[in-house]
Design a protein around this ligand. Sequence first.
Ligand code: NAD
Length: 242
Amino acid sequence: MHKIMILSGAGLSAESGIRTFRDHDGLWENHSVMEVCSTQGWIANRVKVTSFYNDRRRDLEFKEPNHAHKVLAQLEHDYRGRVIHLTQNIDNLMEKAGAKDIIHLHGTLTDLRCEACTQIFNIAYKKQVGNEKCPHCGNTRVRHNVVMFGEAAPEYTRIYQSIKECTLFIAIGTSGTVIDIIPIAKEFNKHSILIDPKRQNTASTFDPHDYIDEYFEHFIQKKAGDAMEDMMDIIKEHMGQG
Ligand code: NAD
């Protein structure tokens, strides 16, 4: 039975007003990514990092899913059990659009994580003020639930499982710099779609003109919202075959 693997990134939420890294020179909301999203940054200044995620969480409350989120949520519903959606996004806009089964590879803004027992718990859009207690073990040393550079990302095993199970790969709004999408696309032997308004060249030292889209069967060079119709045509044809 044909199955779809979706890997989404920050570009999916761009039309909802959440900024990407790539389009802002490696800055995330005017902060250096390494300061707010790495273990070194966390060790250097926990207060700053906590405050950064408090701001992102507060902003998220007022963000709405865009057309692409809604189409992808409907896709999950229409092909129940045949779509695996892995996202690098830490926002909850797919869930706000009605999706039930999103795998967040880099964690979730609306949760905190206990540093003792590692369980996560929901904080919704609230500010982390420092008096939070883990509801599982009572520990008060809790942190944001976002995977930082320099940390293990346990959900990455789902990428390898999905490659084995799926027959079509769709990458949406990801530059491929955090998760390299070229080896994934290669595994799908060209049954693949890339959605991105810009061409992205890889960091290859051998060929600076090595463009990611050349590894995909279809490159829809549009914003996610504008690409949904073309994407659905390809999906329907693929799913109709098996
Ligand atoms: P990235 O910022 O490196 O790349 C974003 C990609 O999206 C670029 O290729 C860009 O051309 C494309 N893009 C821009 N606007 C688009 C649109 N309207 N439609 C489709 N594509 C568009 O993002 P990444 O590859 O996801 O990796 C960066 C990391 O940033 C991830 O680990 C993620 O956790 C984190 N991040 C998350 C959010 C979020 O949760 N919404 C926002 C910023 C960063």
